[in-house]
Design a protein around this ligand. Structure first.
Ligand code: NCD
Length: 312
């Protein structure tokens, strides 16, 4: 089946996607997972070339996009650090994007300046997938988060989700907030006062009378169905002393989970620094490594959809 509604579309923000579109992506990802598990590959894009432009550090996102492209039979060209591209010579991102758009059928872009993913997409006629836009959005992460929640809990509807840690600079929680909205969530925002959610999210929540509670105490966050821990985003701080003061604000331990809510689903986009202690990894509800694994199927789905593949 060819699903042409996504063909040539940019994937920039989860706020742009309707409930139905989100579910089409998740259902397509399930097909991809089935196909890979049965056959190892799913060669729907064997005539496509995908450019991976990663101008900020990345392990999971870059490798899972590369793995996704290869399992779809596509070829890839890539830049894996800003220092190895002409951006280091002073070339603007706009020029780089225009040039790369002439080589490839789709661009996957990660870069450090919020707003530049949308600006870059506006310059080209091939689809651009935002793989991290500074402290802005990271929509493909949120999609794999939804996929994981649905897989682990059987539903996305009416869940209580606690977002914990660096809510100011953490782009994954911004995207996850918007991705969950069509499913009627309740939120707990747990952050130090200095790292609360940005104004646009708080305003959106207030205007739409969303059930949001705010806390600085990790224990309060454990009242949710899902706890989504995040790393304090060192690279976004202008004042490193402030980072040092805040970096260990929250550490989720096995003892705390077992005492307060042993049924809570534990997620993290990774990399973790210190936010989840190692003894949590053995809990059945610790989903973060499965979550990272799911990223490949979700990214396969996105590449196949924006490139107009004929999906079995
Ligand atoms: C996240 C990111 O890059 O925003 N990582 C990821 O893509 N899984 C989270 C982070 O870096 O803290």
């Amino acid at each position: 089946m060819q699903n042409l509604e996504f063909k040539n579309k940019h994937i920039l923000s989860t706020g742009d996607l309707s409930r139905r579109e989100l579910l089409v992506i998740l259902d397509t990802a399930e097909r991809m997972e089935g196909c890979v598990k049965e056959q190892g590959i799913c060669p729907l894009l064997d005539r496509s070339l995908i450019a991976m432009l990663f101008l900020e550090p990345s392990t999971r996102t870059r490798l899972s996009f590369e793995a996704a492209a290869l399992r779809l039979g596509a070829r890839t060209i890539s830049v894996s650090e800003a220092g190895s591209s002409s951006v280091a010579k002073g070339e603007t991102l706009a020029d780089t994007i225009r040039v790369v758009a002439g080589y490839a059928d789709c661009i996957v872009l990660r870069q450090p300046r919020q707003g530049q993913a949308a600006a870059a997409a506006g310059l080209i006629r091939i689809p651009l997938i935002n793989a991290g836009d500074g402290a802005g959005q990271h929509p493909t992460q949120a999609l794999l988060d939804l996929y994981t929640i649905r897989r682990e809990l059987g539903t996305l509807d009416s869940l209580k989700v606690a977002l914990v840690g660096d809510l100011k600079y953490g782009r994954t929680v911004h995207s996850l907030f918007y991705a969950l909205l069509p499913f009627g969530p309740q939120f707990i925002f747990c952050a130090p006062r200095e790292l609360e959610m940005p104004g646009h999210i708080m305003e959106h929540a207030a205007e739409n009378r969303l059930p949001v509670s705010r806390t600085e105490q990790l224990e309060d966050a454990l009242g949710a169905d899902v706890i989504y821990m995040t790393r304090i985003q060192k690279e976004r701080f202008t004042d490193q002393a402030e980072y040092e003061r805040l970096k260990d604000s929250y550490v989720l331990s096995r003892a705390l989970i077992e005492r307060v809510n042993k049924d809570i689903l534990i997620m993290h986009p990774l990399p973790r620094v210190n936010e989840i202690s190692g003894d949590v990894d053995g809990l059945a509800r610790a989903a973060y490594f499965r979550q990272a694994h799911n990223g490949m199927y979700v990214r396969m789905a996105l590449l196949a959809l924006v490139l107009g593949a004929d999906i079995p």
